[in-house]
Unconditional design. Structure first.
Lengths: 794, 328
């Protein structure tokens, strides 16, 4: 076309980024890649390689080693061998390596960007301007954590060997999120990239070699789901970090249940993008573009549900449709392209069929006139309006360039619709009214909220979800906490098998010293008879029957969870107010010190002095958490923008807790008090062996202004109650302190709603020891961090 | 109140903006989020680019949109004549020939001068279609007596100016006196008669993007043919975020009334790279029509020189030097 014709048409011409250097890089390695194990390239034991293709053309790019169990074994062995030495190097020495990695990534920025685009199909504009700069930033940030580790995390040690499985949508960025924090803290890793997109990970392996990273610190094993499974099942791995689909995350939770492996999961989402009538609509339209047409919508935190206030819905849809007309889909190596290729034909098929379903169910499907390349895997930007929350496309994660829109009338309704999902990853809130925006953000059940913005990321700000979007955070302080563990943990002994129950005798019936007290359950602020209508005998340390407690069953758990759900007042109460209640509990327990000590002596057989010590320690603990209530505070980050990110420590919601038998009063309060202090409502299963300290506590609760439903107690058979609690879809976390088998049961049963779990892996704590029994570790488990991004300026 | 003058069909076919009654409700609905606007403006350059032949074509198009400007205290007839000569032949003929554009009569969009230079410029541009634009109404501060400002417009039109760049009273914006702003611009528009009126908002003076948006909207309601960022004399002149807000208002006004209003950034656009970013924003936000000189002008003095160097580089493959291109 002549210049004159271009002068008349004023269209965009081609603006290709050269892929020559990247193709040469592949060719120089004969187009064939082995695993990177123990600092060296290692042929796959299977002697098999699979093909990786460029989704924009369908052309093969390279052959990638197909990992099997033996490869994984070798990689884990290498990582294990390297871990002690890597950790012993010390933070500052590790910081040098992370810094070198960050620099090397910047040196190779264009190669990595182009390689990523070739392998994944996303526009080179994104890899160049977003992915790779964030990768470098992540290593810089974590070089800093390594440098400061000895001061900032003095009470912690690395978890050990970490297996990491990452998805294909942000291959190198997810690698950085996984590897940077892990190795900064002194762990060693085995990373398995997604089978569609291994190339940048392999390029990164080369970078590790170049900067002289010690062998075995980073190992890359390529392969498909089976390779990942081998990693997940490997017995010598201390933690699995996974980013990917909720289905696979669920399987990983099942497989690792009871293994003692720490687990963080960053799973799917169906994130709301909420536009209020007082929003800057033109800017909100651009927000939608960045929310759902970023990386072809193959983004776990994509804003895929557009919630519009009724008054502006029509205008917003019209503006959005007009904007969609100017989106350009095509060769991802063209610098003027908004959307590149969908990663694989399989994914394209899923998207196509879900959009078909959306139309079938009454949605209005709108796509702009948009030229798509004839070859390769492409899908046009798509808006489905007139969608009800009940529609499949409003609930299922499409993972493609498809947004569904629905309307709301009031802020409360917006929150209700936004939270009407199994997921809870991210949300965008658009309003020019800061009162409204800052009121909505805390009400959204998710891990990240972007106000008047979307898809913002920074290494200093944690990222991760709630509900079926997984648990754990990556980035920032909270991310470091997921790769470290308290020093004392590895020194804890496995608790002995339950002691033999002493021979049981009936209580002497010579005379009735007291009026009969039959302990019931404590549900919704009332003493409630167990649904079963049965009671269980309780025996003293000497084996004498000393009372009865309610034989709680699944219906009692149901009722207690229901009561906890309703007790929202406790969560909304001010921290000052919650502190007052905790102090009041301490005060009332103090009045009954003698009675509680006597009960402990009677049930556990400890000395009178030890019993008094336990009650006193319990009172101290209540005081401590009364103190913590308004001191375990949120943080403010300063990401690279004009604005702030609030890292809000929010209560988790309803927490189920299963109490251990040791130090029954102290351990119960050690678990209950931090959860209550942070505004959670709890359903607590009392020690099966020593439940009377719990049932005696009803009267303390009743006299201490604890609102109904905030603190519920159930007695009865631990394992069956635990199972019901761990399976309950309206319980958001379960803490379990008991025998190892119970921990496994909790983890396995948690997969229904992907609730968080905290289990003791069968190791008994010394509850009297403040390090083990009190403080930040407990508070951290009692909260989840929501990062609220607040750009400002006028 | 003066009435809007009868419409004269614009050269490239769209009707002039007749204005509309001041609609304060529409103003109330305006929301502008600074951070989001900045984000869009900052990332657009990474989302679109033009290369090689396309870039040459776009730069030539930019030349046709330039209001080649001299607005200095030391302007003389001689200086203005030189400027006009450059406006007639902004790019060396051999370069145009090499690009196959020799027969396209490439000129700048207009020549922009003070009132006292209008006659000189009109004379110097005789035989071309290049209009003379006069800055007016007490440019740049716009605080001379109101009747004198109106008379200044009339005098410039009488002297042959086909375009009048008026400045608004920034105080009306800063005090939220939209009625006064509307009345003022409407009076200026009436005084302009058949001459096209560009309303200079002084965006550096009115500071917030909300003010920019509202002033844009009021100026269009009052009948402005173009809205223009600044005089070039403020400390901050045209920027991409300000542009984004103004062109979004143009789009809003088009949706409200069906009338197309032009856009003119002025001041601070001095490189080919800069101007491409503006062109891309026009195309993305408003479309093809706003890349043409009847709806897009660039107020600039040194921009042309950089474009010429880039075009020569495109033709020869060698980087160019400023002395190789005739000066204005």
């Amino acid at each position: 076309m002549s210049i004159a014709e271009k002068f008349d048409s004023m269209n965009y011409g081609p603006a290709p980024e050269s892929c020559e250097a990247a193709l040469q890089w592949i060719a120089a390695r004969q187009g064939k890649f082995d695993h990177f194990i123990d600092g060296d390239w290692t042929k796959p034991q299977s002697k098999k390689w699979f093909e990786s293709r460029n989704p924009a053309t369908g052309e093969p790019l390279a052959k990638i080693a197909a990992g099997n169990t033996k490869d994984v074994d070798a990689a884990v062995a290498a990582a294990r061998k390297a871990q002690k030495g890597w950790s012993a190097l010390g933070g500052p020495a590790r910081a040098r390596f992370l810094y070198a990695l960050a620099r090397a990534i910047q040196r190779n920025a264009r190669l990595l960007a182009v390689l990523e685009t070739l392998d994944n199909g996303k526009p080179v504009r994104e890899t160049r301007d977003i992915d790779i700069p964030l990768v470098a930033r992540h290593f810089y940030h974590h070089a800093g954590w390594a440098q400061l580790q000895e001061q900032e995390f003095a009470e912690f040690e690395p978890m050990g060997v970490i297996g990491q499985i990452i998805p294909w949508n942000f291959p190198l960025l997810m690698l950085a999120w996984k590897i940077a924090s892990a190795i900064a803290a002194g762990n060693t890793v085995i990373l398995k990239p997604a089978e569609y997109t291994s190339l940048t990970a392999l390029c990164f392996a080369e970078i590790c070699k170049d900067v002289g990273l010690p062998a075995g610190v980073v190992n890359i094993v390529t392969g498909d789901g089976k390779t990942g499974e081998a990693l997940v099942k490997h017995p010598d791995i201390d933690k699995i970090a996974f980013t990917g689909s909720t289905d696979v995350g669920r399987r990983i939770r099942s497989v690792t249940a009871g293994s003692g492996k720490h687990l963080t999961l960053e799973l799917g989402g169906k994130s709301p993008f909420i536009v209020f009538e007082d929003a800057d609509l033109d800017s909100a339209v651009e927000g939608v573009v960045d929310a759902i047409w970023f990386n072809q919508g193959q983004v776990c935190c994509a804003g895929s549900r557009l919630l519009l206030q009724e008054g502006i819905a029509e205008r917003m849809i019209a503006k959005l449709q007009k904007r969609m007309e100017t989106l350009r889909v095509g060769d991802p190596l063209d610098k003027s392209i908004d959307m590149g290729a969908i990663v694989d034909p399989v994914q394209l098929e899923t998207i196509t069929s879900l959009v078909g379903k959306g139309a079938e169910e009454g949605g209005i499907v709108w796509q702009p006139e948009c030229k798509l390349p004839t070859a390769g895997c492409f899908y046009p930007p798509t808006l489905i309006s007139n969608v009800a929350p009940a529609a499949t496309v409003a609930q299922a994660e499409i993972f493609g360039p498809v947004i569904v829109s629905m309307t709301f009338r009031t802020p409360d309704e917006a929150v209700a619709i936004a939270n009407n999902t199994r997921y809870g990853l991210a949300a965008s809130v658009w309003s020019e009214n800061i009162n409204l925006a800052l009121d909505i953000a805390p009400k959204l059940d998710c891990g990240v909220v972007w106000i008047n913005s979307t898809n913002q990321f920074d290494a200093a700000c944690g990222f991760g979800g709630n509900r079926e979007s997984g648990y754990g955070r990556e980035g920032g302080h909270e991310g470091m906490m997921e790769v470290l563990k308290p020093n004392f943990l590895s020194k804890l002994q496995l608790s002995k098998d339950a002691e033999k129950t002493p021979e049981r005798k009936s209580a002497s019936t010579s005379s009735l010293a007291h009026v009969d007290r039959t302990a019931k359950l404590y549900i919704g602020g009332k003493q409630a008879r167990p649904d079963s209508g049965y009671s269980l005998p309780v025996f003293s340390a000497k084996g004498e029957k000393i009372g009865d407690v309610g034989d709680g069953n699944r219906k009692d758990v149901r009722n207690a969870v229901e009561a906890a759900r309703k007790a929202t007042g406790w969560t909304k109460a001010s921290s000052h107010n919650r502190a007052q209640v905790l102090y009041y509990l301490a005060e009332n327990l103090d009045i009954r010190k003698a009675e509680f000590a006597e009960r402990l002596r009677q049930t556990t057989g400890v000395s009178a002095k030890k019993a008094v010590d336990e009650v006193e320690a319990t009172i101290q603990r209540l005081f401590s958490y009364g103190a913590w209530t308004d001191k375990y505070e949120s943080a403010v980050h300063s990401p690279p923008m004009r604005g702030v990110t609030l890292a809000m420590k929010e209560p988790i919601g309803t927490i189920g807790m299963v109490c251990p038998d040791e130090s029954p009063l102290l351990s119960m309060i050690s678990l209950a008090a931090p959860a209550l202090a942070m505004g959670n409502r709890i359903v607590l299963i009392a020690s099966e062996r020593h439940p009377l300290s719990a049932t005696d506590f009803y009267q303390v609760l009743e006299t201490s202004d604890v609102p109904a439903g905030a603190f519920n107690i159930i007695t009865g058979p631990r394992d069956s109650l635990t199972k019901t609690l761990a399976e309950h879809d309206d319980v958001k976390s379960v803490w379990y302190f008991g025998p190892q088998t119970g921990g496994k049961l909790v983890e396995a049963a948690s997969t229904g709603n992907m609730k968080r779990t905290w289990v003791n892996n069968g190791r008994a704590r010394n509850w009297f020891d403040v390090t083990q029994g009190e403080g930040r570790e407990f508070l951290r488990q009692a909260t989840q961090i929501k990062n609220i991004w607040i750009p400002y300026g006028d | 109140m003066a009435s809007i003058s009868p419409l004269k069909p614009a050269p490239e076919g769209h009707a002039r903006n007749p204005g509309m009654p001041l609609d304060l409700d529409a103003l109330d609905r305006i929301r502008v989020n600074l951070s989001a606007v900045e984000r869009r403006a900052a990332t657009l350059g990474g989302r679109r680019t033009v290369k090689k032949e396309t870039q040459a074509a776009w730069l030539l198009k930019a030349v046709t949109c330039i209001d080649l400007t001299t607005l200095s205290g030391d302007d003389t007839a001689g200086r203005v004549k030189r400027l006009c000569a450059k406006a007639r032949q902004p790019v060396r003929a051999d370069l145009l020939d090499a690009m196959g554009m020799g027969d396209r009569r490439i000129t700048t969009g207009a020549v922009c001068v003070y009132h006292s230079m209008v006659e000189t410029a009109v004379e110097a541009l005789k035989g071309t279609n290049i209009p003379v634009a006069a800055v007016s109404t007490g440019f740049p501060a716009g605080l001379s007596p109101f009747d004198l400002r109106v008379k200044e417009i009339e005098a410039s039109v009488a002297a042959g100016a086909e375009e009048i760049d008026i400045v608004i009273t920034r105080g009306h914006v800063l005090t939220g006196n939209w009625q006064a702003l509307y009345d003022e611009v409407k009076t200026f528009r009436a005084a302009s008669g058949d001459a096209h009126m560009k309303a200079i908002l002084g965006t550096g003076d009115i500071v917030t993007l909300r003010n920019v948006a509202k002033a844009s909207m009021v100026a269009m309601m009052a009948g402005a043919d173009f809205i223009k960022t600044s005089t070039g004399k403020e400390s901050v002149n045209a920027t991409l975020p300000v542009t984004l807000v103004m062109v979004r208002m143009i789009r809003e006004y088009l949706e409200m009334t069906g009338h197309k209003v032009g856009y003119k950034p002025a001041g601070g656009i001095s490189t080919a790279k800069d101007v491409l970013a503006y062109q891309i924003m026009m195309k993305e936000e408003l479309g093809h029509d706003w890349l043409q000189s009847d709806l897009f002008r660039i107020g600039a003095s040194s921009l042309l020189g950089d474009i010429e160097r880039q075009l020569e580089h495109f033709v020869t493959g060698r980087y160019s030097a400023d002395f190789r291109h005739p000066m204005a």
